[in-house]
Design a protein around this ligand. Structure first.
Ligand SMILES: [Zn+2]
Length: 299
């Protein structure tokens, strides 16, 4: 078996500081800090299959700060892909030899950090907007049907969309990555939480097998009872029509929660973002099973 993956990974790690983009968010006060954006690129034996460049899969995780399970399961997946390839796992070898994987584990780094340090239900990034008002909901900030559905123009809202499409560095980073891969992008996965649903039937069935967890499937509006404009999956589909663009919402199921106390626009009262540590690995395993099923379909 080739060590190509490991060699490339090592090289990329060594060069990571040069490749990593450092973006200063537009803060004006003493809390000013930079956010760091990076993605992990994984591929197997060759960068092409025959004469054709390999199809690319992009996974965007953690665009909403409070959805901690999303970065967690995607880091687990990165580890599983590297470990599986190293050990000669045939399924994983095929996944990496046939497809190139680009995984952004934490798309919203400063929001994620803030959710750990100050407010575990924080959803947006932390960009300074104006006095005491911070953050854009990055999954309303993409240039698709901008400012039409389930958004707010008030900057203190959890669904504040920003003043224009791609006003924020994190959404611009996703745009840049998709732009680079546009000619060979085959799949765009947006990993959120929660509600145990995968907007794609085959993957939902695969995810239900291992631990008997029920995953629902269908269009977002039907499954989640929700629709929003300016979201990344719709934008990716607009830029590269015909790709497989999906959103994943892992554990727990929405139906077992009590949303009554929650403000619809802030999500406060929903305990579904607060999984126990014991649920991380089983959730990651289910999610990975879904990715395997997806990769099988794509190869
Ligand atoms: Zn989300």
């Amino acid at each position: 078996m080739s060590n190509r993956l490991i060699d490339d990974t090592t090289k990329r790690e060594a060069g990571q500081r040069e490749k990593r983009a450092v973006i200063s968010t537009d803060h004006n006060d003493i809390m000013d800090h930079s956010v760091y954006y990076t993605y992990t690129e994984l591929h197997g034996n060759s960068s092409q299959v025959g004469d054709t460049p390999k199809p690319a899969v992009v996974i965007e995780a953690g665009i909403h700060a409070r959805e901690w399970i999303s970065p967690a399961v995607n880091l687990w997946v990165i580890d599983a892909l590297i470990g599986g390839y190293r050990n000669g796992n045939t399924t994983i070898t095929a996944m990496l030899d046939q497809l190139d994987w680009y995984i952004i584990p934490v798309t919203n780094p400063d929001g994620y950090q803030y959710s750990h340090e100050k407010d575990c239900l924080w959803r947006k990034n932390r960009r300074y907007i104006r006095r005491s008002c911070r953050g854009v909901n990055l999954n309303r900030n993409f240039d698709v049907a901008f400012n039409t559905t389930e958004v707010s123009n008030f900057c203190w809202s959890d669904i504040y969309l920003g003043d224009k499409p791609f006003s924020d560095p994190e959404s611009c980073n996703v745009k840049a990555l998709v732009g680079i891969l546009q000619h060979r992008l085959m799949t765009y996965v947006a990993a959120h939480s929660f509600s145990q649903s995968w907007i794609g039937g085959l993957m939902a069935s695969a995810m239900s097998v291992r631990h008997g967890t029920e995953y629902r499937t269908g269009q977002a509006l039907k499954v989640l009872g929700d629709a929003a404009s300016g979201i990344s999956v719709d934008w990716a589909l607009k830029i590269v029509p015909g790709i497989f663009a999906v959103g994943i919402e892992p554990r727990p199921p929405a139906k077992k929660l009590k949303p009554a106390a929650a403000n619809r626009y802030t999500g406060r009262g929903y305990s579904g973002f607060l999984l126990t540590p014991q649920e991380i690995v089983p959730t990651a395993e289910e999610y990975f099973d879904g990715l395997v099923a997806m990769a099988n379909e794509l190869q």
